[in-house]
Design a protein. Structure first.
Length: 394
């Protein structure tokens, strides 16, 4: 099992492309990922009650568990746009399907960008033929660039592994830098594989992987209207079908590693971020309590500001924990920043101040808390909060 080059088109039989259609002024803003056959498909979507029309369309098109392509518009969320927004999105889906020679129901759709603006649909439709005609196995990076909004870099990943001696490849790309606290909750992720895999098992595996990765990241605590993770499996590897009884463990491990890599890339590219923060809570009464506690710390504005400034003010971490709905005894709590223990039995612990300063100055900081109330454990990935985040979102 190892990482390889190639991104979303690393698995055999997949093509991709990204072009400029006019949603953005200059940058590429229309992307395609496709294969030559209807294949197994799965998806996980935002739970935001104001979900964009692309969410409704993709959910509907996934009802039979199959798809052949994903078309993405970037620079406009097409959310809160009513019947016109739905019709605009469907025109794009239908035009893509016609150019590919497949059914509209086999085309999934995603969009990202500002809310409550209508798409320049005619301009998008004019670009669809070139988008499809230029799609190739070498187009992974072009597609990854076309889905970006405030991102500063592409997020691509590919993994190769074996199941009973049969080689399987997974490819992926994602976007996201702000308005990030998925709860499947603007991030997008697309995954391809050449595996022969049972559809229900793939859907279940994707949900479980998302729960452990994409749903464990937060940049600003704001839940997007457009979040989704879509996965296509075209079966080109010709392996024996992977399901709950055969090949489950290596497939789920590879899918989890792929989702984990993309999730971390999103946090590392957080709007204005200068530090990658890992919040680990152990010893909670349950895993659910551990996640609530870790998320409370990760979403604390005061904690994120302190980390940006390199301040070892762990009192802010305790304040965030205490304000959460998790029950614990302060006198049982232990805490460390990096490898420096700063709190034992609810009180300050003697420590090496110089070493702590080095930890806080680093690009990556781990905040570790032991509640000592049980065996529950959770990890949340986040970033610091800088003045640049405010500038971007003004």
């Amino acid at each position: 099992m190892h990482q390889i080059e190639g991104g979303i088109t690393a698995p055999g039989g997949f093509i991709a492309n990204g072009v400029h259609c006019g949603i953005k002024r200059q940058r590429a803003d229309l992307a395609l990922v496709a294969t030559d056959r209807s294949c197994r498909a799965a998806g996980v979507f935002t739970t935001n009650k104001a979900a964009a029309v692309c969410v409704a369309i993709s959910k509907a098109h996934l009802a039979d568990g199959t798809a052949q392509a994903i078309v993405v518009t970037s620079g406009n969320a097409n959310c809160c746009t009513g019947e016109r927004g739905y019709e605009d999105a469907m025109r794009i889906v239908e035009a893509t399907a016609q150019a590919l020679g497949c059914r509209p129901g086999d085309v999934l759709h995603a969009s990202t960008g500002p809310i409550a603006k209508y798409l320049p649909t005619d301009a998008v439709l004019d670009a669809v033929p070139a988008l499809v005609e230029g799609a190739a196995a070498s187009g992974a990076h072009a597609a990854a660039e076309a889905i970006l909004t405030t991102d500063t870099r592409t997020k691509e990943f590919a993994f190769r592994f074996t199941v009973e001696g049969q080689t399987i490849t997974i490819g992926a790309m994602a976007k996201g830098a702000g308005m990030i606290e998925p709860n499947m909750r603007t991030m997008l992720a697309f995954i391809t594989t050449d595996a022969v895999v049972d559809g229900a098992f793939m859907q279940r595996s994707l949900q479980e992987a998302a729960a452990r990765t994409f749903n464990r990241i937060t940049i600003d605590g704001d839940q997007s209207t457009n979040d989704m993770v879509l996965m296509l499996a075209n079966g080109r590897a010709g392996n024996d079908e992977i399901n709950g009884d055969f090949g489950a463990a290596p497939f789920q491990e590879a899918l989890g590693a792929t989702c984990s890599a993309l999730a971390k890339m999103i946090v590392q590219d957080g709007e204005g971020a200068t530090k990658f923060i890992e919040v680990v809570v152990r010893g909670a009464a349950s895993e659910a309590d551990a996640e609530v506690a870790a998320r409370a710390v990760a979403n604390s504005t005061l904690v994120k500001c302190a980390l940006h400034g390199g301040s070892p003010n762990w009192g802010r971490v305790m304040a965030a924990l205490g304000a959460s709905e998790v029950t614990f005894d302060v006198e049982h709590v232990e805490m460390a920043l990096g490898d420096v223990v700063v709190m034992r039995s609810g009180m300050p612990a003697e420590h090496d101040g110089a070493r702590l300063g080095e930890v806080m100055a680093g690009d990556e900081v781990r905040v570790s808390v032991s509640l000592n109330e049980g065996t529950g454990r959770s990890v949340i990935w986040t970033c610091d909060l800088s003045p640049e985040y405010v500038r971007i979102n003004m």
